[in-house]
Each structure stands twice: as structure tokens, then as C-alpha cells.
Design a protein around this ligand. Structure first.
Ligand SMILES: O=P(O)(O)OC[C@H]1O[C@H](OP(=O)(O)OP(=O)(O)O)[C@H](O)[C@@H]1O
Ligand SMILES: Nc1ncnc2[nH]cnc12
Length: 245
């Protein structure tokens, strides 16, 4: 695994620098520990979603089930200060996958959110997007296609560079992974600066896919990564859910 972006300190991406505020407790702010009084962009999907008609809203009948699942999932998350480097508050999603009930709950929650959108392809990002992307694809009757870091995929590939905390990296997708006009949802565990997800979106578009939405479990909302993305964004677990739990 490469280093997660250094959330608590200035994070530089694509020439922009965002100062990362702290919580009232002096901890680095994340979607689990948001800065005080900060608006929470994880509460709803982007407004462009309905306008584009790409994904329908969650059916009202599913809302209580989804809310309960979110509370259970959030309670399983752990934070590790100073991992993998001093100053980083690492958001650990792995307990979800160590518990079959929560693992099932995650897939069910995402299935409820996707509703009747019927994507052709779920694209998962290397590496933690591989933990739940294939399971979600199976439930939705969609293909799963991985985005991998440079040099891991055989055959012809498309490539996209992106900015990480320190320098540049390259994502690749097999050139036959997505057909022209196929409806695609990109999934990953966390959006921080948004560089990884934006690069994945670029790969989808290079292959002629129709990017319906990005889905994340968590969002480091103060880094405003979603501003880099030009398709609707849905984050399953918001800071408000933590307060409710
Ligand atoms: O929004 P961004 O600033 O691009 O950061 C988010 C990405 O960082 C983490 O992956 P990482 O690159 O650490 O790789 P890993 O999944 O292999 O641990 C995380 O799983 C996301 O993919
Ligand atoms: N704070 C964080 N915790 C876990 N994964 C991350 N990826 C980027 N930032 C992260």
C-alpha cells in the first residue's frame, strides 16, 4: 500500500494546497472527526445526479434499513493516529470485512443506494476498492473491472496520471475492460484529495464508458476531493451518522 494522503497537514494535489483543520479535540479532521461547524458534503449526493437522471433516488421504503445499516457500519470503523506516518489519522475499514454480518450489510447498503440504476460495470480502485467492488458487482449483475497501479495489468491498457501526497502515480485499466456506452460506477473505500478517483474516471472516459457515479465508504470532506470529480458522488458514511450512532 502506498501512503494515505497526509490528512492533518497541508495536502498538495494538482498544484492546489488545502489546509486541513482539526476537530474540537485537536485531532485531525476526517469524515469521522470533522472540523467544527463544517458543512458535511457526505450527507447527500451531488445535486447534478437527479438533473442528469443517472441514478434514481433511494426508494423511500429502503430508508430505515439503510439508516440502520449505516449506524452498524460506522460503529465498526477504527482510527489509528500516526499511521503510516506521524500526523496521519488512518481510517481503518477492515473490521467491516472481518464480520460477515457487517460485510453483508455494506453490500446491502450499497445495493439499496444504487437501486434500479442497473450499471453495466463496477470499477474498483487498487487496492481497497477490490474488497467490496466485486461483491457489489455480483449483486447488481454487473461486470467488475479493476483499476491497478502501473505495471500490474497484462495486455493493452489505458493510463492516467494522478497526484499523490508526494509526487505522481499512474493508474491503468485493461483496454477491453469497458465497452463504449457502458454504464459505469466507480467504487473505493475513501476519497481524500480525489486524485485517485479522478484518474479512474479519466480511464472510464478514455474507453467511452458513461460514468454514472462515484461511491465511497468514507470521505475526508475537508480535502474537497469531490470537487475534482465530474460525476455525482455518494459517500455512505457521513459525519452526521456518527453523531446519530
Ligand atoms: O483521494 P486520494 O487522495 O487519491 O486518496 C484516496 C486513496 O488513497 C488510498 O489508497 P492508497 O493510494 O493509499 O492505496 P491502497 O488502496 O493500496 O492502500 C485509498 O484507498 C484511496 O484509494
Ligand atoms: N486518512 C486515511 N485513512 C485511510 N486511508 C486513506 N487514504 C487516504 N487518506 C487516508
Amino acid at each position: 500500500m502506498s501512503s494515505p494522503h497526509h490528512a492533518p497537514q497541508s495536502s498538495s494535489t494538482s498544484g492546489q494546497t488545502t489546509n486541513s483543520p482539526s476537530t474540537a479535540h485537536g485531532k485531525p479532521a476526517t469524515s469521522s472527526h470533522p472540523p467544527p461547524n463544517a458543512p458535511d458534503p457526505t450527507l447527500t449526493t451531488s445535486s447534478s445526479k437527479d438533473a442528469q437522471g443517472s441514478l434514481p433516488p433511494t426508494p423511500p421504503a429502503s430508508t430505515p434499513e439503510l439508516s440502520n445499516l449505516k449506524i452498524s457500519l460506522r460503529s465498526a470503523l477504527r482510527q489509528f493516529p500516526d499511521f503510516p506516518a506521524p500526523g496521519i489519522l488512518f481510517e481503518d475499514i477492515l473490521p467491516i470485512f472481518a464480520n460477515p454480518t457487517l460485510h453483508e450489510g455494506l453490500l446491502r447498503a450499497l445495493e439499496i443506494h444504487v437501486g434500479s440504476a442497473k450499471p453495466d460495470v463496477i470499477v474498483g480502485l487498487d487496492a481497497r476498492g477490490f474488497l467490496f467492488g466485486p461483491g457489489l458487482a455480483l449483486r447488481l449483475g454487473a461486470k467488475f473491472v479493476p483499476v491497478r497501479k502501473r505495471g500490474k495489468l497484462p495486455g493493452p491498457t489505458v493510463q492516467a496520471k494522478y497526484m499523490k501526497e508526494y509526487g505522481e502515480d499512474v493508474f491503468e485499466m485493461q483496454a477491453d475492460g469497458i465497452g463504449a456506452g457502458e454504464r459505469v460506477i466507480v467504487v473505493d473505500d475513501i476519497i481524500a484529495t480525489g486524485g485517485s478517483a479522478a484518474a479512474a474516471g479519466s480511464l472510464v472516459k478514455q474507453l467511452g464508458g458513461e460514468l454514472l457515479e462515484y461511491i465511497f465508504i468514507l470521505e475526508l470532506d475537508f480535502l474537497k476531493g469531490r470537487d475534482k470529480l465530474d460525476a455525482p458522488v455518494y459517500t455512505l458514511l457521513s459525519s452526521q451518522e456518527e453523531k446519530m450512532a
